[in-house]
Design a binder for this molecule. Sequence first.
Ligand SMILES: *[C@@H]1O[C@H](CO)[C@@H](O)[C@H](O)[C@H]1NC(C)=O
Ligand SMILES: *[C@@H]1O[C@H](CO)[C@@H](O)[C@H](O)[C@H]1NC(C)=O
Ligand SMILES: *[C@@H]1O[C@H](CO)[C@@H](O)[C@H](O)[C@H]1NC(C)=O
Length: 538
Amino acid sequence: MAGAFTSFLSGMLLCGLLLHAVFKVDKPSKKPNFIIILADDIGWGDLDANHPEGKANNTPYLNMMADQGLRLTDFHSPASTCSPSRAAILTGRYGLRNGVTHNFAVDSVAGLPLSEVTLPQLLQKVGYYTAMIGKWHLGHNGQYSPTNRGFDYYLGIPYSNDMGCTDIPGYNLPQCLPCNGSETQRNVQGGCYSKVGLPLIENSSIMEQPLDLWTLTEKYKSAAVRIIHNARERGQPYLLYIALAHMHVPLAPPRTPSAAYHPDDIRVYSASLRDMDSLVGAVKSASDDTDKDNTLIWFTGDNGPWEEKCQYAGHVGPFIGKWQTNRGGGSAKRTTWEGGHRVPTVVYWPGRIPANTTSSALLSGMDIFPTLLSLAGMTPLSDRCYDGIDATNVLLYAEQTGHEFLFHPNSGAAGKFGDLQTVRTGRHKAFYITGAAEACGGATGRQQLHDPPLIFDLERDEAEETPLKVGTPEYQAVVERISRRREELLWDIATDKSVSAADYSTDGSAAPCCDPRQAVCRCPTRLGKIRSIKPQNS
Ligand SMILES: *[C@@H]1O[C@H](CO)[C@@H](O)[C@H](O)[C@H]1NC(C)=O
Ligand SMILES: *[C@@H]1O[C@H](CO)[C@@H](O)[C@H](O)[C@H]1NC(C)=O
Ligand SMILES: *[C@@H]1O[C@H](CO)[C@@H](O)[C@H](O)[C@H]1NC(C)=O
């Protein structure tokens, strides 16, 4: 049945039609709760359960979720960098349609285009309480903030945790090691401090700025547990989207009384990974204690590890992008090599998703949108094209059919942002453009166009080392199918009336600031001048 259905689909146009198909889903009578946990910059290899030999023990709670749920081994973030990936998850659409093709800045005036309709906006319409905890990075200014984009409640930081302006962007650990003195001693300006120039926002107010990164995990944990319990008490179905600060630098692993981590300490990453896992464990147990059989938890990542961060970066597992690394440069975050977008993914729903199962269906973070809508008994909007597919049958009924074709957009390693430079179908992956990110040590590669495309067989060559020989029957068969579908999709997007455009302009006054006398509100601009900003919130 699945096979017949797939070939029926492949004969149709691409746009918007997949979602209107009727699947053999028996709709739960009660609306399920949804918890999406999105880790930042996590590597496929960071999940212990992805390693059959099982040497590491950094993710015990996630391993337990995999034992009691479904591990998706061929699941891909919709982009290889932050904002585009998050935009595609929340809209079910490629960046070329939703407009978000690269990251927003601290002083971005806008964000995810207002013409886009988000997953929480739709779930609110069918009675869901919607809450978000964590990193938004889809525009924090005014009407672009989470509470104006479908969330009833928000607690978190508006962008990446290295975008605090008291430190150099891209720093790896807070510049001062944590002190063991009193809170007042610690925060003396010019002395040792443990806070970073980030705002912590609740709904639309700045609650704390600068922010103590070391207490963030606990703040997120208690907010998540409170949201889960309160929703249960009200008897209201909920969507809780938790976009973790982990595993993005700066890493702030729990301090131990005996020792603070030295910046060179190679244990920093695994300590932070365990810290992240403990947060996942707290969310799982709050959910298990309240509405266990009626709650789906979907854990995944926004893109691969930030390789240039060396010992502070995660692990790609076997997906090392060898063709690229042989020529110089990194092959993870920001690239379309597997390490850039194949992310560790576990879906857990006791009693509904068969326990201790694994699927290698080809899926994407864009599929979360149509899948959750379908489970909530809702159809998506008919006025726009979606790129995600309803993966309900993979989750609940062990079906193996995912995307027949999946495109990976350029996220900054080569060429134009958002361009669909890599196409996946079955075991094959074709590169029309290759490019590298910065590797640990600073090496970079150059962009290369490939006509005919490079095609790798990921089943034989998961490291993407040796492309198929051009002209062989295997190559010919794949290249014809892929090229045809790529042309169709590009035409489809070029003629799509529902495409949005994001405004990427910046203005100092858009940077969140609670007090103009604060050092964090008087940051040097790119021109090196000190600017002063009027407070946006009291
Ligand atoms: C945020 O909104 C919630 C209602 O959803 C409210 O209970 C809470 O007090 C608000 N917090 C702030 C700081 O406004
Ligand atoms: C804590 O501070 C005291 C006094 O400054 C110092 O003697 C001690 O070594 C510090 N301990 C650690 C673990 O840094
Ligand atoms: C999960 O399945 C594997 C074999 O597929 C088995 O070895 C393992 O014991 C199972 N784990 C649990 C918790 O049932």
